[in-house]
Ligand binder design. Structure first.
Ligand code: ATP
Ligand code: MG
Length: 403
C-alpha cells in the first residue's frame, strides 16, 4: 500500500487515534514509540519479550514471534502503518504486512541490507554515480571460494553475510592459512572477506526519504568504535572537512534513492588512512532504520531521527533538520554496571551535575557486558565545551577517554 498522510487529525480521533506499529521492541523501538506518541499517534509494538523496552511504553504490545500469524494479524488489525526497528525481521513478514498496510521501509530494501553480499553489490552500483566504493572484498560461500581468495584481501576481516551486529559474526584473519578455520568457526555459512583498512575516522549519515522522493539528512556523525561496538558519536562543527561531509551525504542519498527507499536509513563510512588512498571515503554498511549514531539528534537537533521515522511512515512532510547544539553521545554499555565482579549502580548524580547532560536509559533489567543499556548526550553551544564535558562525564562513569 502507498504511504499517504496519516495525520492524527480530529476525524481520526472520533473513532480512535491513528496507530503506528513497529516490529521489534528494543531501544530503537522505544524511542520511535516516544516520538510517535509525542505527535499524537498511538503506538503498537510486536516483540516476543514481555519486558521489551519498547513494549513497556507502547499503547499496545503484541508479545508473539515476528512470524506468528496471529500476532501479525493483530498488528495489521490495529495499525494503519508499520515500520521495523531491526534489520533481521524476516523480509517476508514485511511483504505480508505490505499487502494490507502501509509498510516502510519496504521488504525489498530491507532484504538488501540483511545480506552483506547484496549490500556490497548495491554500494558498488551506486558508486558509479558517487565514486564512493565499498572496501575491497570477495564472497566466500564454499571451499572453492576459500581457495581463490585474492592475496590483496589479507589481512582481512571475515564477516558472515547475514545476522552480524556489534562486531559479532566477524573474525580478523591475517594469513591465508587461517582462513578455513575462521570460516568454520563462523559455521561455514556464506561470508564476505573484506580487506582490513587502516582507518583515520569512521562516519555515518542518516537520511530520511519520503514516498515522493524528498530526502533530508542529519548532520554527519563521527563515530568511535571499541571492540566492534559503537562507543562515542561526535557531531561537532568544523571537525570533519566540508568536502568529505558533502561526499558522504551525496553517497547516502544515492544509496537511498537507488533502493527506492522510504523511511530512515543510516549509512556507515570509513575514512581511510592508507598511503596512496589517504583520506578516501569508503562505504561500510547500512541499517534500514534509525541508528545508534543518530541518538544525539533527540537532544541536539530540532527534528530527531525518530521523528523523521514517524514522518516518513505517516506520510508527513520532511523538513531539513537543524543541529542547534554541538553534541557528543556516549553509549552506556552493561560493563558500567559491574566493578571487580560486583554489581554496581553507575553514579548518575555525578554526571547529571554537569551542564547539558541528557541521560537516556532503556529500562533493560539485566546489565551484561557489551549490552546497550542506555546513552548519554552532552549538548553545548560549541564543540570544545561539548567535548570537555563529555570527557569529564566519561571519566566520572569510569569510561576510557577517546581523545
Ligand atoms: P553494526 O553494529 O554497526 O551493525 P557490524 O557487526 O555489522 O556492526 P561492521 O560495521 O561491519 O560490523 O564492523 C564493526 C566495526 O569493525 C567497524 O565500525 C570498524 O571499526 C571495524 N571494521 C569493520 N570492517 C573493517 C574493515 N574492512 N577495515 C577496518 N576496520 C573494519
Ligand atoms: Mg557497523
Amino acid at each position: 500500500m502507498n504511504v499517504g498522510a496519516l495525520l492524527p487529525g480530529p476525524q481520526a480521533q472520533a473513532s480512535r487515534p491513528v496507530t503506528l506499529g513497529v516490529l521489534g521492541g528494543g531501544q530503537l523501538g522505544r524511542m520511535f514509540v516516544h516520538a510517535a506518541q509525542a505527535m499524537g499517534f498511538q503506538a503498537a509494538v510486536l516483540d516476543p519479550d514481555p519486558a521489551s523496552p519498547a513494549g513497556r511504553v507502547a499503547d499496545v504490545h503484541i508479545a508473539t514471534a515476528y512470524d506468528d500469524e496471529q500476532g501479525l494479524a493483530q498488528l495489521m488489525q490495529r495499525c494503519e502503518a508499520v515500520t521495523t526497528e531491526f534489520e533481521n525481521v524476516p523480509a517476508q513478514v514485511l511483504a505480508t504486512l505490505a499487502a494490507q498496510r502501509v509498510v516502510a521501509p519496504a521488504a525489498a530494501a530491507v532484504a538488501v541490507a540483511q545480506d552483506r553480499r547484496r549490500e556490497k553489490a548495491h554500494f558498488a552500483a551506486s558508486a558509479r554515480r558517487t565514486g564512493v566504493v565499498p572496501a575491497p572484498h570477495a564472497v566466500v560461500e564454499n571451499e572453492t571460494d576459500l581457495a581463490h581468495v585474492p592475496a590483496a584481501l589479507l589481512p582481512g576481516i571475515l564477516k558472515t553475510a547475514r545476522l552480524g551486529y556489534d562486531g559479532k559474526g566477524q573474525i580478523r584473519v591475517d594469513h591465508h592459512d587461517d582462513l578455513r578455520a575462521a570460516w568454520q568457526q563462523l559455521g561455514s555459512v556464506p561470508c564476505v572477506l573484506e580487506r582490513r583498512l587502516a582507518l583515520r575516522d569512521e562516519l555515518s549519515v542518516i537520511v530520511a526519504r519520503s514516498a515522493n522522493g524528498t530526502m533530508v539528512t542529519l548532520p554527519v556523525q563521527r563515530n568511535v568504535h571499541r571492540a566492534g561496538i559503537l562507543a562515542v558519536t561526535e557531531v561537532l562543527p568544523g571537525v570533519i572537512p566540508e568536502a568529505l561531509q558533502r561526499q558522504a551525504e551525496a553517497a547516502t542519498q544515492a544509496i537511498a534513492e537507488d533502493l527506492g527507499y522510504v523511511g530512515v536509513l543510516c549509512v556507515e563510512f570509513f575514512v581511510v588512512e592508507d598511503g596512496t588512498r589517504d583520506g578516501q571515503l569508503v562505504v561500510n554498511e547500512m541499517a534500514p532504520r534509525p541508528h545508534n549514531s543518530g541518538h544525539y539528534s533527540i537532544d541536539a537537533c530540532d527534528v530527531s531521527q525518530f521523528e523523521l521515522q514517524v514522518r516518513t511512515l505517516a506520510g508527513l512532510p520532511l523538513v531539513a533538520p537543524r543541529a542547534h547544539s554541538a553534541a557528543v553521545m556516549l553509549n552506556l554499555l552493561g560493563d558500567l554496571w559491574w566493578r571487580d565482579g560486583q554489581a554496581v549502580t553507575p553514579d548518575w548524580a555525578s554526571v547529571l551535575a554537569l551542564p547539558g547532560v541528557h541521560l537516556h536509559l532503556y529500562g533493560k533489567a539485566q546489565a551484561r557486558p557489551g549490552r546497550k543499556m542506555g546513552h548519554l548526550t552532552v549538548t553545548a553551544a560549541d564543540g570544545a565545551t561539548a567535548c570537555r564535558i563529555a570527557l569529564t562525564a566519561a571519566q566520572r562513569l569510569g569510561m576510557a577517554p577517546w581523545r
